[in-house]
Design a protein around this ligand. Structure first.
Ligand code: GLV
Length: 327
């Protein structure tokens, strides 16, 4: 690649650790967007236009128009496992491979999903605020009491890598595990005693329903007025997947009406969540700013992996972690 590399150009849509940028700089001319916030779409399109490679984040819209403006582009590499911001069909039409970062973030995201389960059930954020507000006057029998996590039923919606690791954490808390999946997950059934169910049955039995599906046309609004109504009034919904898997307006209505007890959310239909959003006023929700994979080690590994995918694509080699055909 060396000789040709003088000519290769890549656009990187956010500043990344040196361990990811250095190998890119050794092999290509690297244009890095230095902003804290994503480049506006028109800037993204313009800076990608003369490039051979694009290293992007889930906050960048990669669509047919952008690809059309970049005739030399031969690889798109995303620093995330989810790729719902990328028009995969348009990339396929141009034979542009799309890289992503599965595997490295699995346990880190599962840790956060479980943190949300614990925080939501045991009202940690509410309790912290209560204390800081000076409202703590004494130990009191039912003060900030919530449901138990141990021995409760954890419903895993989507038993993929992250779903399985979340289930394992649940089993460590002696929870019963129910799951939905297209196929039987033999390991989860054997190791954790997990029971496969259809979605209505899972929702009717789960104390915590945790979403672990990618956002696709089939999973958009999987949790809607009808499915939310199938949950127990004492149940808590956890979302560390993608905001679009939940109809937010229906969720707000369910939380207000008390048809579910609470929610722990790391992802939203619109990110960042608007300050005036009704969820912001609710005490029975725990809200996080999309930090599922945000451990230093994992984010660094994701950046390096995205750089490796990009370099492979520039060489015309198969990407070590390509998004499989069909998403
Ligand atoms: C983060 O949300 C990811 O998809 O990696």
């Amino acid at each position: 690649m060396r000789r040709e590399s003088q000519l290769l150009r890549v656009f990187v849509t956010r500043n990344l650790p040196d361990s990811a940028l250095a190998p890119l700089r050794a092999n290509a001319e690297v244009d890095v967007w230095e902003g804290e916030n994503p480049p506006p779409y028109e800037v993204l399109k313009q800076r990608t236009a003369g490039c051979d490679g694009l290293l992007c984040l889930l906050t960048d819209r990669i669509d047919g128009e952008l690809l059309a403006a970049a005739p030399q582009l031969r690889v798109v590499s995303q620093m995330a496992v989810g790729v719902d911001n990328i028009d995969l069909a348009a990339c396929r039409l141009r034979n542009i491979p799309v890289g992503h970062t599965p595997g490295v973030l699995t346990e880190t995201v599962a840790d956060l999903a479980f943190a949300l389960i614990l925080a939501s059930a045991r009202r940690l954020v509410e309790a912290d605020r209560f204390l800081r507000d000076g409202a703590w006057t004494t130990w009191s029998p039912m003060l900030l009491a919530g449901p138990d996590v141990h021995h409760a039923t954890l419903g895993i919606i989507g038993m993929g890598r992250i779903g399985f690791e979340t289930a394992r954490r649940g089993a460590g808390f002696r929870m019963r595990i129910a799951y939905t999946a297209r196929h039987v997950h033999t390991e989860a059934e054997r190791e954790l005693g997990a029971v496969r169910m259809d979605l209505p049955d899972l929702l009717a039995t789960s104390d915590f329903a945790s979403l672990h599906v990618p956002l696709t046309p089939e999973t958009r609004y999987l949790m809607n007025q009808e499915t939310l109504a199938q949950m127990k009034p004492t149940a808590i919904l956890i979302n560390t997947a993608r905001g679009g898997v939940v109809d937010t307006d229906a969720l707000v209505r369910a939380l207000r009406a008390g048809t579910i007890a609470g929610a722990g959310l790391d992802v939203f239909e619109e990110e960042p969540l608007a300050l005036g959003h009704p969820l912001m006023q609710m005490r029975n929700v725990t809200l996080l700013p999309h930090i599922g994979s945000a451990s230093v080690a994992t984010r660094t590994r994701m950046a390096v992996m995205a750089a490796e995918n990009l370099l492979a694509g520039l060489r015309g080699a198969p990407l070590a972690h390509a998004v499989p055909a069909g998403g």
